[in-house]
Design a protein around this ligand. Structure first.
Ligand code: BG6
Length: 300
């Protein structure tokens, strides 16, 4: 595998053409290509996404940490952080690569892992003041033939315990949202943030997106959420030590209201399936660490 490191991003490519691009800003994966010669883009990235580090990226896989959504109004250690925390607003460090390579015909075993780090010492003064814990996060992005694995390893490097939430805010690219169905969430309780911010129970085995959707599915029993397009499997999203999944599509009006969301009808080509631990808090005592993440499979 080939890896290019520039000032602001790291790009890796397998001999068979698959590739991944990770911006150091937020350790945001902004492109993941697979398929024959690596010419299928699996992630949606807004044409107006801001990539210079002045704003979180609209698209790709932003990392949400240590709080999901608007933080609790007051009285919680995350209360003065911005929506979705500081990870997507901070510059991460590229820690290096490791690869498995096979020669000959068995190219399906090729993979490359890129590691990124974020430490309390590297945070801006504002974020460090707002969340004054000593921590280290290593985020590992592994590109395989038809898969992308993204894993978070959070370590409490201080003496005092802290609580956090984490979420991988993946914008999957689809051809036509009206032809997509999501499976693997049946029988799960979800909070519907569009309707009433209250809990509901899903009974139907499939979910179709026909308008704005913003749901937090909690304590999911199945470990795979699948997306089908036109009746054919398109993506599998496999959770690892994460129990929750947010399904989000802003639809017409909300998309128009976001200055960094372009084109206006881009909502037809994206579907956010965001795995995470966002119902309640993960607690880490001093010296402890926690790991969780996802494997996404492109099934074309
Ligand atoms: C989702 C939330 O995870 O992210 C939505 O559930 C939110 O409520 C969306 O609108 C996008 O958030 P942001 O901060 O990137 O505009």
């Amino acid at each position: 595998p080939q890896v290019d490191v520039s000032d602001d991003k790291v790009t890796a490519r397998l001999p068979t053409g698959e590739s991944v691009e990770v911006l150091l800003h937020g350790a945001t994966v902004i492109s993941w290509k697979s398929g024959s010669k690596g010419n299928t883009e699996n992630l949606w990235l807004s044409e107006a996404a801001v990539l210079d580090g002045s704003k979180p990226v609209r698209g790709g896989v932003p990392v949400v940490f240590p709080v999901f959504g608007p933080p609790p109004k007051s009285g919680h250690p995350t209360s003065s952080l911005p929506q979705h925390g500081f990870a997507r607003n901070s510059r991460w460090e590229y820690l290096g690569k490791s690869s498995t390579e096979s020669t000959g015909d068995n190219t399906s075993e090729n993979s490359i892992k890129l590691d990124f780090g974020l430490y309390s010492s590297a945070l801006s003064d504002t974020f460090r003041k707002a969340w004054p814990y000593d921590f280290g996060v290593v985020y590992s992005v592994t590109l395989g033939k038809d898969s992308l694995q993204t894993m978070m390893n959070v370590r409490n490097e201080g003496k005092e315990g802290f609580e956090f939430q984490v979420l991988l805010h993946t914008y999957l690219r689809v051809k036509d949202i009206s032809k997509c169905q999501i499976t693997g969430l049946a029988g799960t309780t979800y909070t519907d943030k569009v309707l009433d911010a209250k809990d509901h129970s899903s009974t139907s085995p499939n979910l179709s997106i026909t308008g704005e959707v913003d749901r937090v599915y909690k304590s999911i029993k199945q470990s795979i959420t699948s997306v089908q397009e036109d009746g054919k499997p398109r993506f599998d999203v496999v959770r690892d030590n994460l129990e929750d999944t947010v399904v989000w599509n802003p639809w017409i009006e909300k998309a128009k209201g976001m200055s960094d969301f372009k084109p206006d009808d881009g909502y037809k080509n994206m579907l956010c399936v965001e795995v995470g631990a966002v119902d309640g808090w993960q607690k880490l005592e001093g010296g402890e660490s926690w790991e969780g993440g996802q494997i996404m499979k492109s099934l074309l």
